[in-house]
Design a protein around this ligand. Structure first.
Ligand SMILES: Nc1ncnc2c1ncn2[C@@H]1O[C@H](COP(=O)(O)OP(=O)(O)OP(=O)(O)O)[C@@H](O)[C@H]1O
Ligand SMILES: [Mg+2]
Length: 370
């Protein structure tokens, strides 16, 4: 186990810069997830740590070792890729211990590690099979086993589950969590699946176009996004963004005055609060039916929202709503009796909304505690 640090990393492919001043510190035993849209630089970041890409500027350290000039095979890392290539003619056992044999690890040690890894991955009864005789998920576990058995300082995962169907993916996700709990190996995990990111990561790094947009715990990313990009990238259905105008103590939304708490009076920067246009961000899940509000919360209300569409989802109802010229979504629980065509009064905990700068998208009043 070791900590990993990336300092001031810039990366170019030819003339094109694909990573911009990346700074990250992954603590010993931590599980860090890199998430972001296709092409944002997740794999490149991972490959820099692995030593598969040249570092143009900046430093990568693993443990206390600067590894910029150290060959991949000498970095003591284990990688699991999307296209995990198993040796088709070797048995599961041979696939898993291949690296150990090559490294001339003692036989007894190999046997012990193999058995322990096979048990954790529930592969014991498949050790004599060939990869072709396994299911996708089992093959994936063999690939994982091959990485784990090596006792590496760091695990690097690049979308290891993206080839699996939804059910297997869920299973493997739990498996990976379990493995990390057991071995606590420092891990960096790349995915563009936000659910994977939020369920696996001790911390999550949201990237866009070669930049880190935000790095934080899943809770922090979800509840206190740094900007509109993070706010709308994480969470499904996506956070609503409504045009509103900010005044001291309240906002105006489609002619309605919504009272705000004191947090919105003193932003960290000198924000002209009177008559400033902002984007009001509120997650569909944080909107409530006025008739069923919990006691004790500081609530603000939005009145007369027209229900354009209502989709029952079992425990919830998802509503498409219209207010003035703006549309937004709410996810209410099944107690709501309103139907399509009705108007409904909604409310929300003012601690759960965000006001974003229209130009930069920056979250203007981000809380440090959530
Ligand atoms: N070998 C290469 N040569 C030139 N450009 C590259 C190379 N590898 C990656 N890129 C570019 O670098 C950028 C980042 O690519 P990267 O593979 O890191 O993205 P990613 O976030 O992993 O995307 P995905 O989710 O699609 O895997 C992209 O614009 C990509 O086109
Ligand atoms: Mg990639």
């Amino acid at each position: 186990m070791a900590k990993v640090e990336l300092k001031n990393i810039n990366k170019y492919f030819g003339k094109e810069q694909v990573l911009f001043d990346i700074n990250l510190r992954i603590e010993e035993g931590e599980f860090l997830v890199l998430v972001g849209p296709s092409g944002c630089g997740k794999s490149t970041t991972l490959r820099l740590v692995a030593g598969l890409e040249h570092i143009d500027q900046g430093d990568v350290t693993i443990g206390d070792r600067l590894v910029n000039r150290i060959e991949p095979q000498n970095r003591n890392i284990a990688m699991v890729f999307q296209n995990y290539a198993l040796y088709p003619h070797k048995s599961v056992r041979e696939n898993i211990i291949f690296g150990l044999k090559r490294a001339k690890v003692e036989k007894a040690v190999i046997e012990e590690r193999l058995n322990s890894v096979a048990e954790v991955l529930q592969l014991t009864e498949y050790l004599d099979r060939k990869p072709a005789q396994l299911s996708g998920g089992q093959r994936q576990r063999v690939a994982m086993g091959r990485a784990i058995v090596r006792d590496a300082d760091v695990f690097l995962f690049d979308e290891p589950l993206s080839n699996l169907d939804a059910k297997l993916r869920n299973q493997m996700r739990s498996e990976i969590r379990r493995i990390h709990k057991t071995y606590k190996t420092t891990s960096i995990y790349v995915t563009h699946d936000q659910v994977e990111a939020m369920t696996l990561g001790d911390r999550v790094v949201v990237m866009r176009d070669g930049f880190i947009e935000q790095c934080g715990t899943p809770m922090e990313i979800y509840l206190e996004p740094a900007n509109i990009f993070v706010a709308t990238f994480i969470g499904a259905p996506s956070m609503n963004l409504l045009d509103a105008v900010l005044f001291p103590g309240h906002i105006e939304l489609e002619g309605q005055k919504l009272k705000l708490d004191d947090r919105f009076r003193n932003g960290s920067t000198k924000i002209p609060e009177t008559g400033r246009e902002v984007k009001l961000g509120i997650r569909p899940d944080f909107l409530l039916d006025e008739n069923f509000t919990p006691p004790g919360a500081t609530l603000a209300g939005i009145e007369n929202c027209k229900i354009e569409l209502m989709e029952p989802l079992g425990f919830d109802k998802e509503l498409n709503l219209q207010l003035g010229n703006q549309t937004f979504k709410a996810r209410l629980d099944l107690r709501t009796t309103s139907v399509e065509g009705d108007t409904i009064n909604l409310c929300f905990d003012t601690g759960r909304i965000h006001l974003f700068d229209i130009e930069s998208g920056v979250n203007l009043f981000r809380k440090q505690n959530y």
